[in-house]
Design a protein around this ligand. Structure first.
Ligand SMILES: Nc1ncnc2c1ncn2[C@@H]1O[C@H](COP(=O)(O)OP(=O)(O)OP(=O)(O)O)[C@@H](O)[C@H]1O
Ligand SMILES: [Mg+2]
Length: 356
């Protein structure tokens, strides 16, 4: 199995409503996940990520809507008839069984021939680099190794899709970064359609082909990590995918130009803008620069409230009237960093302004 591509399928959710008692936790969710895709559910705690995953695996039932695996509607099928692999957040390994037994258990349940079980367990353990640990028990392994056992145990049944519920959250920061790369390599090798649940935007960005951002049981937006960052459709997505400055104001048209007039006296001309009236604009900290106060370049004036040295970057918090604006500048380009308390100007890169 080590290099064989699995028979994977796409996943489709159509108009899913799911309630626990009177509380609706999934609200009209429709999503299409392509065959072979690494897809993330990203959102804050309680937004419904695990519920959606359990629904796909068959551990939850929706009141309305349909779940498809490939062309097959599986909405009413029990979990064991779906051939879906799910890795739970706490791994759920059996503590009294060896690693080998943990991995072979699902195949023995399926009453496969002995030779085939041996072969598949060997292959799965090799795939996650644990062939030398087969006779240990879970408590004799590190967190990262246990996580790999949970993966091997899921992959060994040759599932059609792989569902991962915050699989890295128990690991320390360094191991998490390492394991997410391993996971991605494994997924690519097997060509296995994968949904990865996380509330960590960096984790979603670095692994996923596409991300669905969820809030309060509603899909806010679906897109590639860069699309979501560059073209967020609402404030929630903009702020969840990274630091964002928000300014309120009005857009007016003057001839062929659209001008944004901010409450702080900011005036920027916007290209390709057909919006008008009261709007907010959003821009990232790297799309605004410090300059001399009152100079021709300055779109805004303010005072440096706080400066953080992050190694490659210097992050400034600039107070402009009642508002704080974050500015990131690359460190070491020959420009002298501004000091806290200094009066500064701010120059905006209007090509990277997002209009809400
Ligand atoms: N069995 C249940 N009965 C009642 N309410 C539930 C049940 N399971 C989950 N919920 C509620 O449904 C909502 C969604 O829960 P879910 O576990 O899907 O969130 P999540 O996005 O996975 O959050 P987290 O990041 O904290 O794991 C929450 O408000 C939760 O309290
Ligand atoms: Mg969860």
């Amino acid at each position: 199995m080590s290099l064989k591509k699995l028979q994977s399928v796409g996943i489709e959710l159509k108009n899913i409503d799911l309630s626990y008692g009177d509380t609706q936790v999934i609200k009209n969710v429709s999503l299409k996940i392509n065959k072979g895709e690494f897809f993330a559910f990203l959102g804050p705690s309680g937004c419904g990520k695990s519920t959606l995953l359990r629904l796909i695996a068959g551990f939850e039932q929706c009141q309305n809507g349909e779940v498809f695996l490939g062309d097959e509607e599986v909405s009413r099928l029990p979990p064991w008839k779906r051939n879906v692999g799910m890795v739970f957040q706490n791994y759920a390994l059996w503590p009294h069984m060896t690693i080998w037994k943990n991995v072979s258990f699902g195949l023995e349940e399926r009453k496969l021939p002995h030779n085939e079980i041996n072969q598949r367990v060997n292959d799965a353990l090799e795939l996650v680099g644990l062939q030398d640990y087969a006779q240990r028990r879970p408590n004799q392994l590190s967190g990262g190794q246990q996580q790999r056992v949970a993966l091997a145990r899921t992959i060994v049944i040759e599932p059609r899709v792989l569902l991962l519920d915050e699989p890295l959250s128990n690991l320390d920061a360094k191991l998490r970064v390492h394991m997410r790369q391993e996971l991605l390599e494994l997924q690519r090798k097997l060509g296995l359609t994968t949904i990865f649940v996380t509330h960590d935007q960096e984790e979603a960005n670095t692994t996923s082909d596409r991300i669905a951002v969820l809030q309060d049981g509603i899909v806010q937006q679906v897109g590639s990590p860069m699309d979501l960052y560059d073209k967020p459709e609402n404030l929630f997505v903009a702020q969840f995918l990274g630091s964002a400055n928000v300014l309120k104001g009005k857009i007016k048209t003057e001839g062929n130009d659209a001008i944004f007039e901010g409450e702080q006296g900011l005036k920027v001309s916007l290209s390709n803008c057909d919006a008008e009236g009261s709007k907010s604009i959003i821009f990232r900290p790297q799309n605004i620069f410090l300059c001399e106060q009152g100079s021709g370049e300055a779109d805004l004036n303010g005072i440096v409230k706080k400066r953080e040295f992050l190694g490659n970057l210097v992050r400034y918090e600039i107070q402009v009237d009642q508002q704080q604006i974050l500015v990131d500048e690359i460190y070491g380009l020959g420009k002298e960093p501004a000091e806290e308390g200094m009066q500064v100007g701010l120059s905006m890169d209007s090509d990277h302004v997002i209009i809400m």
